[in-house]
Design a protein around this ligand. Structure first.
Ligand code: PLP
Length: 426
């Protein structure tokens, strides 16, 4: 165990500078894949090739019928909302703990997000609390497979069947994660993946992937992606008839990003196994440390650890310090020890200003729109498990390849050092 003076008080940091390698891990194959886009000097055939190849390869990886590469995870989720025929004033159930993009994708279609609290162990939507939030306007449930762990899909699918609701999977953080053997993104009616820079499958910049098994949902999503027209990106002159079939957006993906994702996809499962190994090491070493708790992986789940979560409990250390203040100070102390960490969500999504003001884009829309149900309220106190997690957690970063067990061991030593001297921090 590492001891000595805390780095925040001038002692030596446990993790040496420069040891944590960045994500994504870029290989010569990745470089070559992106260079090939430029190789023949004519980018148009490359647009078609990269788009059609990624469409096929991601659908094959998941074992689904349809995929549409997009410019973001949010647009892929919006395409799912549009593809399922969700209309103004319809309601979609979303977990209170997520990136607000899950809810924004609903608002983008003039539909209304209705929030449900999370399970305190998995941090995914609590299925036992869904039915209380279903109204005669509810059309879909959007479970979010957060941090790389699947939501508890069996009860969610059962509730959806019982109430004739669609299921949209938010897979922004869960490429390759499984629930009882099934890949995330294959259990609902449609799914949206993000391939933004930090994600486990990434363009290195911005991007997303929409998927479904349903022909009509796919067709509507395709219209939404391409400004309401039916076009294969890269085949504009052959396929475009310049006749908009309805309102759409410009959600087209970038050619270089698609080439990069295709190259990264070849290593997705290996990269995820690497993350799992690093995180299993952390959990094994840190489990039982007083004052903190490690992530939970339910039986039958295949967690792919987009990030590694820790929750802090000052009360276990007999410290009478507010949880947020305690967590914030530990974040600083760990950062000083060279352990990259962050706090993600600052509040439950329904506590954010847009929901408190109930004003998306002026004049109180879409809540004030004629088709929306009046009287919808967003109360912070309705999401106690989300608030609890938001106050106590941090994300440990750098748990991805090529970082390995040697670094994880130093993380453990740094955490033990900080917890061992925790009283000196206050
Ligand atoms: C849970 C969740 N949903 C949706 C998104 C939106 O993805 P993007 O940023 O690619 O639009 C993100 C991205 O961080 C996310 O974490």
């Amino acid at each position: 165990m590492s001891s000595g003076k805390l780095a925040i008080h001038g002692g030596q940091a446990v993790v040496p500078k420069g040891m944590v390698k960045p994500w994504p891990h870029i290989t010569d194959e990745d470089r070559q894949a992106v260079m090939e886009v430029l190789a023949d000097g004519n980018i148009l055939p490359q647009r078609t090739l990269q788009n059609e190849s990624l469409t096929r390869e991601w659908a094959e990886y998941l074992g689904v019928r349809y995929c549409i590469p997009t410019n973001s995870g949010t647009s892929a989720l919006h395409m799912a909302v549009a593809g399922l025929g969700i209309e103004p004033g319809d309601e979609v159930i979303v977990p209170a703990f997520t990136y607000w993009a899950s809810a924004a994708a609903v608002l983008h279609h003039n539909a209304i997000p209705i929030f449900v609290d999370i399970d305190p162990h998995t941090y995914t939507i609590d299925p036992t609390k869904i039915e209380a939030r279903i109204s005669d306007r509810t059309r879909a449930i959007m479970p979010v497979h957060i941090h790389g762990l699947s939501a508890d899909m069996d009860p969610i699918l059962e509730i959806a069947r019982k109430h004739s609701l669609a299921v949209i999977e938010d897979c922004a953080q869960s490429h390759g994660a499984r629930y009882k053997g099934k890949l995330c993104g294959t259990m609902g009616d449609a799914a949206g993946f993000s391939t933004q820079a930090s994600k486990v499958l990434t363009t290195g910049s911005e991007g997303g992937l929409f998927t479904t098994n349903d022909e009509l949902v796919h067709k509507r999503a395709a219209l939404t992606q391409y400004l309401g027209e039916l076009v294969v990106p890269g085949r504009e002159r052959e396929t475009q008839d310049y006749n908009a079939h309805g309102l759409g957006w410009v959600y087209r993906p970038d050619v270089f990003g698609q080439a990069f994702v295709r190259s990264q996809l070849k290593r997705l499962d290996a990269n995820n196994d690497w993350r799992r190994k690093n995180c299993a090491y952390l959990t094994e070493r840190l489990q039982g440390t007083p004052g903190l708790s490690t992530p939970y992986e339910p039986e039958g789940s295949h967690h792919i650890y987009y990030v590694y979560t820790l929750e802090f409990y000052p009360e276990q250390l007999k410290l009478d310090i507010p949880t947020r203040a305690f967590r914030d100070r530990l974040m600083e102390a760990l950062a000083a020890e060279g352990v990259p960490n962050t706090q993600w969500q600052r509040m439950a999504v329904p506590s954010q200003e847009v929901f408190q003001a109930k004003d998306g884009y002026g004049k109180g829309c879409p809540w004030s729109c004629p088709y929306s149900r009046p009287g919808i309220e967003y109360r912070t106190e309705d999401y106690p498990m989300t608030n609890r997690f938001v106050d106590r957690n941090i994300y440990l970063l750098g748990i991805y390849p090529p970082n390995g067990e040697d670094l994880m061991e130093l993380y453990v030593q740094a955490i033990e050092k900080v917890i061992g001297q925790v009283r000196e921090l206050f």
